[in-house]
Design a protein around this ligand. Structure first.
Ligand code: ATP
Ligand code: OAA
Ligand code: CA
Ligand code: MN
Length: 659
């Protein structure tokens, strides 16, 4: 490289000016012919860059809360509603809210409104004005992904654009959910309705303590220059759709929920009205350990009567997603609709499969299948009309993600996708999916339409196959077994897996876990309520149950290996196609499972776990050990009746391991 004093390589010969011919054939230098811009100043030039969003189409008739109102009035009412959401319960008014970014000069004081509320709560109202009532809270309302990217990159440390266009973020000290910090308000209604006590995820708190935490969150949010507000929907079944509002402090949280909940159209947003449920996410701010019921600085609090959730002391975005899922687990069964921690997809012939399983067992991986339509990866409802996804996006684990094994998920990680806690090359911004430096629970959250064969709207007919996924760290469960109804219910209630590290805070090594209904952390009623509904629906619609081990083979965790994803996919293919239903079966000892002798594309010897173990004695001991763990776990359920059918209850009790 030649030195020329500029640090740039020296050109050998000056390049000739590029000359183009105009119509008259005169040689013209192209940069002289460029027309001048319209702007006179830099500010004017910048103002040309952004076009005002087109006004949304006026509605015919009086279709919603805000229909037939002039635009200004509608926007004023929207702000009023947000101010009402953010109102302190101990002061007279909601904050002065103004729409737009505080950094953009033009938004200042244009549309501001303060909500005055009529008290329903017996809390002291302090009429003297305090400083908080003097300031404005800027509301960034349903921003677009591009706007949220800019907010995140400008203001949130640890936000970067990866080489594929995703937004890399850090969730802070918590990189998984904190189930021990979940609290649910116990009142006269919930005391009788919900599942409390041993084994239940619902740890009680009282209404007053909830209000203390709510006030803490609201005061924190109002002390900020700006908050993000998302108004969105849950549940693709239009009859049972829920309106949710998420108030948060971070662009990361707003983009995450934009992706995970159902995104309203402009028209739906105009008519949104009052939300059915509101989340106050003040995750950067801890709860107060002096507050009753608080056992750490993290608290995620559900109040079903107030239809509110408060988040303090954790920025892990999955808390919002799973908090809303808990709410659905309460609301839907009241309407005779079964809520499910399951993935769901549909074949070209309309055959629907549900994939149940605890975190990391393969719901997202296996429901995302290039040969089938994806209905959803994690949360569904099963009503009298079929299945519907609760969410509008997917939340995939991305540790060791590979383009070859999971191409659809790989390709979904592009502009708009939130990538949590991944490590990337500081220069190329290429993500190193194998890197666990921040956490093992790295995640990608993307809108469901980023999967090319997503089924939109995300609904489908009644399921034909119900696949229970277990990631068996002991390596003794067969790769696949066919279940009768009683066995399906037994395994559904047991909810066995080896919890893969990371998704729940504090778990570092896989261990055997039992989690009723494959999601005890999110259910609100007693597990037998959901189980009875599942049995009734499976029976009525003739669905077949399967148990698929996506975990170890040839030995336990540490000595055996995880079953190859390619084999699991062949097994799932055989379930979908119906070919496995007609295979030849033999029965296993201890668990009494029906296992097929062969499946196309899968080595037959792995279908029978004991074949794959070198040490047969160790196999037998491990099998008995796991059987014992199942028995112990199920003891708590032996006193419950499952549904109206006493026969079924007896059969379920007998469907467990026998030795
Ligand atoms: N045989 C297998 N079957 C399924 N998944 C496998 C298998 N082997 C390895 N895996 C890996 O296991 C993980 C399964 O995670 P997945 O995201 O599907 O979990 P999930 O059930 O959706 O959990 P969550 O409810 O936490 O989202 C993926 O990282 C996948 O690549
Ligand atoms: O909730 C989360 O953080 C991830 C998830 O899907 C689960 O744990 O089931
Ligand atoms: Ca998932
Ligand atoms: Mn999940």
């Amino acid at each position: 490289m030649a030195a020329n004093g500029t640090g740039l390589p020296m050109a050998r010969k000056p390049l000739a000016k590029i000359v183009t011919e105009d119509k008259q054939g005169n040689g013209l230098c192209h940069d002289d012919s460029a027309k001048g811009i319209k702007a006179q100043t830099i500010d004017e030039l910048h103002s040309l860059q952004k076009k005002r969003s087109a006004p949304t189409t006026p509605l015919e008739g009086n279709q919603g809360a805000f229909a037939s109102l002039p635009d200004d009035e509608r926007r004023r009412q929207q702000l009023q509603s947000i101010s009402a959401s953010l109102a302190s319960l101990t002061r007279g008014a909601g904050p002065k809210v103004v729409r737009g970014d505080p950094a953009a000069k033009s938004s200042q004081a244009v549309e501001h409104v303060a909500h005055r509320h009529h008290h329903h709560v017996e809390a002291p109202t302090i009429s003297v004005s305090d400083d908080s009532s003097l300031k404005f809270t800027h509301v960034l309302y349903n921003l677009s992904p591009a706007e949220l990217y800019e907010q995140a990159i400008k203001y949130e440390k640890g936000s970067f654009i990866t080489s594929s266009g995703a937004l890399a973020t850090l969730s802070g000290a918590k990189t998984g959910r904190s189930p021990r910090d979940k609290r649910v308000v116990m009142d006269d209604t919930t005391q009788n309705e919900l599942w409390w006590g041993r084994g239940s995820p619902n740890i009680e708190m009282d209404e007053h303590t909830f209000l203390v935490n709510r006030e803490r969150a609201v005061d924190y949010l109002n002390s900020l220059d700006k908050v993000f507000v998302n108004d969105q929907f849950l549940n693709w079944d239009p009859q049972n759709r829920i309106k949710v509002r998420i108030v948060s402090a971070r662009a990361y949280h707003s983009l995450f929920m934009h992706n995970m909940c159902i995104r309203p159209t402009d028209e739906e947003l105009e008519n949104f009205g009052t939300p059915d449920f509101t989340i106050y996410n003040a995750g950067q701010f801890p709860c107060n350990r002096y507050t009753h019921y608080m056992t750490s600085s993290t608290s995620t609090d559900l109040n079903l009567a107030r239809k509110e959730m408060v988040i303090l002391g954790t920025q892990y975005a999955g808390e919002m997603k799973k908090g809303l899922f808990s709410v659905m687990h309460y609301l839907m069964p009241k309407r005779q609709i079964l809520s499910l921690h399951s993935g769901c997809n549909m074949g070209i012939d309309g055959d629907v499969a549900l994939f149940f399983g605890l975190s990391g067992t393969g719901k997202t991986t296996l429901s995302t299948d290039h040969n089938r339509y994806l209905i959803g990866d994690d949360e569904h409802c099963w009503s009298d009309y079929g299945v519907s996804n609760i969410e509008g996006g997917c939340y995939a684990k991305c540790i060791d993600l590979s383009r070859e094994k999971e191409p659809d998920i790989w390709n979904a990680i592009k502009f708009g996708t939130v990538l949590e806690n991944v490590v990337f090359d500081e220069h190329t911004r290429e993500v190193e999916y194998g890197d666990k430096s921040v956490t093992e629970n790295t995640r990608a959250a993307y809108p469901i339409e980023y999967i090319p064969n997503a089924k939109l709207p995300c609904i489908g007919p009644h399921p034909k196959n119900v696949i229970l996924l277990a990631c068996d760290a002991f390596g003794v469960l067969p790769p696949v077994s066919k279940l009768n109804l009683a066995q399906t219910m037994y395994h559904f209630i047991s909810g066995y897996t080896a919890l893969v590290a990371g998704t729940e805070d504090g778990i570092k090594e896989p261990t055997a876990t039992f989690s009723a209904c494959f999601g005890a952390a999110f259910i609100m009623l007693h597990p037998t309520k959901y189980a009875a509904m599942l049995a009734e629906k499976m029976q009525k619609h003739g669905a077949t149950g399967w148990l698929v081990n996506t975990g170890w083979s040839g030995g336990s965790y540490g000595s055996g290996n995880r079953i190859k994803l390619a084999y699991t996919r062949r097994i799932i293919d055989a379930i979908h196609s119906g070919s496995l239903l007609n295979a030849t079966y033999e029965k296993t000892d201890v668990f009494g499972l029906e296992i097929p002798t062969e499946i196309e594309g899968v080595p037959s010897e792995i279908l029978r776990p004991e074949n794959t173990w070198g040490d047969k004695k160790a196999y037998k001991n491990t099998l008995l050990k796991l059987g014992g763990l199942f028995k112990n776990n199920f003891e708590t359920f032996t006193n419950y009746k499952i549904g109206k059918d006493t026969m079924l209850t007896q059969e379920i009790l007998a469907a467990g391991p026998n030795f």
